[in-house]
Design a protein around this ligand. Structure first.
Ligand code: CA
Ligand code: CA
Ligand code: CA
Length: 306
């Protein structure tokens, strides 16, 4: 029996050795010393942490210790306080924005005229920055202002008429039609082989021929229409038609109109209008000779009739 005790004691002692490395919870409950030590040890950090956090949270509003944390928050507050600077920045930005807007508005408001300065050379004109060729005249924009209906020289060579552009823009007469009420009643398509430009306020002469030796000494004939168009001595019509628009029409006859053999008729400069020139009273017999026994001012201004 005596031997058994030591065994049980040793058996009891063995678990004690295993306890050291094993969980302290069960052993700790038995071992008062180790329990208090370990619990104190483990308690301290935990309690410390919670205590600190409690203190911190409690001190957030009161203690200066919590300020670091609160400081951070304060920093945010400061940042917010700095936000007081932000408004300034915002204000500045706002000002800048409004300035920029003002600048934009002024740049938008300022119209840019692509035709100023005018990049085009006459007879082209500027439209939205593009150089446009002259177009054909509309009704009444180009009118007939003088005619040699019955020349002393042969009618086949020496008839002519003068046109005036009474607008402030260039026109191209190439492609227009000359029509009359003559025996043949042929329309003549103006084919100048290129632009036949009449300048603003300008005048041009069209004749049967451009040969000055044949037409009565007229050198500056802009276009020769030959025999398809004529000014019939017994009465006829002069019609300038462009793009199917009668730009000007004048019907004449020898009884009431002041032309005669070798005497041209001219429109009074005060009657330069497509309707006014329909009336014989707006015309008068040309006085000065441009060629022996031929009166008129081909290519030059008409003097007043009275
Ligand atoms: Ca004639
Ligand atoms: Ca007319
Ligand atoms: Ca003239």
């Amino acid at each position: 029996m005596t031997r058994i005790l030591p065994l049980s004691i040793s058996l009891l002692a063995l678990p004690a050795c295993g306890d050291d490395g094993d969980d302290s919870a069960s052993a700790g409950a038995t071992d008062g010393t180790s329990t208090s030590t370990s619990s104190t040890t483990s308690d301290t950090p935990t309690t410390g942490t919670s205590a600190t956090s409690t203190t911190t949270s409690g001190s957030d509003s009161d203690s200066a210790t919590a300020e670091p944390t609160t400081g951070t928050t304060t920093t945010t507050g400061t940042t917010t306080g700095t936000t007081a600077v932000d408004p300034t920045t915002s204000t500045t930005t706002g000002t800048t924005t409004s300035d920029t807007t003002t600048a934009d508005t002024s740049s938008t408001t300022a119209p840019v005229d692509p035709c100023d300065p005018d990049p085009c050379v006459a007879p082209q004109h500027c439209e939205d920055g593009a150089c446009i060729d002259p177009g054909r005249p509309g009704e009444g924009q180009v009118i007939v202002v003088e005619m040699m209906i019955d020349p002393q020289l042969t009618d086949f060579d020496a008839e002519w008429f003068e046109l005036k552009n009474i607008t402030d823009e260039y026109f191209d007469l190439d492609g227009c039609v000359l029509a009359d009420l003559g025996v043949n009643d042929d329309d003549h398509l103006v084919d100048a082989g290129g632009p036949l430009v009449i300048a603003p306020g300008g005048r041009i002469v069209m004749a049967k021929t451009a040969d000055a030796a044949q037409n009565g000494g007229i050198d500056d004939v802009a276009y020769a229409f030959a025999q398809q168009f004529s000014l019939t001595n017994t009465g006829d019509a002069f019609i300038l038609r462009c793009d199917d628009v009668d730009v000007d029409v004048v019907e004449f006859e020898p009884m009431t109109w002041p032309f005669a053999v070798g005497v041209g008729i001219q429109l009074d400069p005060g009657q330069e209008d497509a309707l006014a020139n329909d009336e014989p009273a707006a015309w008068c017999a040309a006085a000065g000779e441009y060629f022996p026994m031929h009166t008129g001012t081909p290519g030059a201004d008409n003097p007043p009739c009275r």
